[in-house]
Design a protein around this ligand. Sequence first.
Ligand code: SAH
Length: 250
Amino acid sequence: MRPLAQCQALLAAVLASAAAVVSTSAPAQDRAGERAAMIETIKSHARSAPSAVEGQGIDPAVLATMAKVPRHLFVPEELRGAAYRDRPLPIGYGQTISQPFIVALMTDLINVGPGDVVLEVGTGSGYQAAVLSPRAAKVYSIEIIPELGERAAARLAELRYGNVEVKVGDGYYGWPAHAPFDGIVVTAAASHIPPPLVEQLAKGGRMVVPVGAPFATQFLMLVEKRQDGSITTRQLLPVGFVPLRGGGTR
Ligand code: SAH
């Protein structure tokens, strides 16, 4: 029996590595050098923002994930050359893909692990969702502009981020059917912390959300729900996000 079991284990290992080769084929491996340089830039940016970054800087596991996600496939073709610069880029419909440092920071701050369920409000290109994907059990992401949501969902499926589910809708109200969430990332600036999202945060969960008026200074806020249900908020650093639209922000 034993040799057979070993054989099966070997076969399973071979199949798994074949699958890994397929899923990280050409596009993911392309431009690895530029991604490595982007990671160095994120690290130095993190050193200059110590009040926002907890502990020893951005979690190396977050950076390792970002070293694999092909950011150039999340930006319009004509901007692919600039994909690994530490800056936001336009993605159409007046929206932007966030700057890599901010993606790293937000991913680090919600501090989720393999069993966790995450909500993202503002799918945009799908890049932040792709970075969250290997770090959580499931990622739910909501986008209010149908064309962006549909495009991001197709791209994420094509790149095999199979645990990400995108829906078109107003993320201000969250996604009650899948709540509570261990982490929530809001990637558009709200005039206030949306109460439905606080409601849908799990005990022990964390939410990052930019808060402030459009075209005025916004601050990235960290919201934590303790085990007793009480809420703490912390203002971290000034940021510039596109505005959160929809019913709840009027
Ligand atoms: N996380 C994205 C960046 C998105 S920019 C990325 O990685 O590319 C912010 C996005 O939030 C935009 O696409 C915008 O259309 C979307 N958005 C704005 N208000 C929203 C709302 N109420 N619900 C869901 N998405 C919203």
